[in-house]
Design a protein around this ligand. Sequence first.
Ligand SMILES: NC(=O)c1ccc[n+]([C@@H]2O[C@H](COP(=O)([O-])OP(=O)(O)OC[C@H]3O[C@@H](n4cnc5c(N)ncnc54)[C@H](OP(=O)(O)O)[C@@H]3O)[C@@H](O)[C@H]2O)c1
Length: 332
Amino acid sequence: MNYLPDSKRYQSMEYRRCGKSGLKLPAVSLGLWHNFGHVDVLENSRAILRAAFDAGITHFDLANNYGPPPGSAEENFGKLIKEDFSGYRDEMVISTKAGYYMWEGPYGEWGSKKYLVSSLDQSLRRMKLDYVDIFYHHRPDPDTPLEETMGALDLIVRQGKALYAGISNYRPEEAARALAILRELGTPCLIHQPRYSMFDRWVEGGLLDLLEKEGVGCIPFSPLEQGLLTDKYIKGIPEGSRASKSHGFLKKHQITDEKIDKILALNKIAKERGQKLAHMALSWILKNPVITSVLIGVSTVEQLEDSLLCLKNYDFSEEELQKIEEVLARRR
Ligand SMILES: NC(=O)c1ccc[n+]([C@@H]2O[C@H](COP(=O)([O-])OP(=O)(O)OC[C@H]3O[C@@H](n4cnc5c(N)ncnc54)[C@H](OP(=O)(O)O)[C@@H]3O)[C@@H](O)[C@H]2O)c1
């Protein structure tokens, strides 16, 4: 059936300015790391994309290697864009990345200009797009000079293949150097994409301060710690969940008793706030104005609609924050 987006789609979403740039992003963005590959059911992926756009989610995040197999999330996304969203490209912010292993030989991963330029050309072909909105370097490369990697991002933006440049997984010190090089080149870094959740708070050790000072946006990934920060694993590993799938990145050994204890206690605090843990975990990130958008993944439309409820309440009292801190600090 032909897709006609909801005419009220811009009424309930909040849009936040990305650092000091001109671009605004939805407070919740959708990532296509899992659930959009050739191993997944295309009609489910289609339903998720439609529901997201209907809810005012304008930002969709990909990478060259998303699938499995690698590249297939971009292929499926390209197909769905063509079939459902071809009239709406100007209402969408699409990102992709290169940095992890993608193809054989010396030019298929890390941070050389050769790899980044070739990889983006491949991504554009797979998605059947003329340009992406944001192109990221996916992870720092210890062996390539940062000037070369940032020079490649600058070149790509000047060529019009991407409108903005971003970095991902860069620690504060290397991020500071990358931001300085990009500024010098005249292509200021738009955004940083780090992992950040209640269970992984490394960004609080200097990165968020740096991004605030430099006026760079921040879009944390895996805010639910791949599904752990919900009530789903409290009674074991449900069939069909990420931890149950052989290609899922959440491994069974990561679901420890200590984490389950914390999840149970956090679940209780969430209930007292009138939320589910999934909502509270997302609102806890969004409470900080340095955060531009929280980058979620979902395997169903129901999860998407559920997670969006985080927007209803991201005010925390001092007492609630203190209780959360106590739970997160607990050791078994
Ligand atoms: N830059 C990087 O290096 C990097 C790395 C990783 C991810 N990312 C980006 O970040 C995006 C999000 O990462 P992520 O998928 O790990 O995020 P996440 O939001 O932490 O986890 C998503 C998973 O949580 C479960 N879930 C989501 N909403 C739920 C709800 N309301 N109730 C219960 N369970 C729920 C689902 O698991 P089930 O599948 O079990 O249902 C879903 O697949 C990716 O798609 C990608 O775009 C970037």
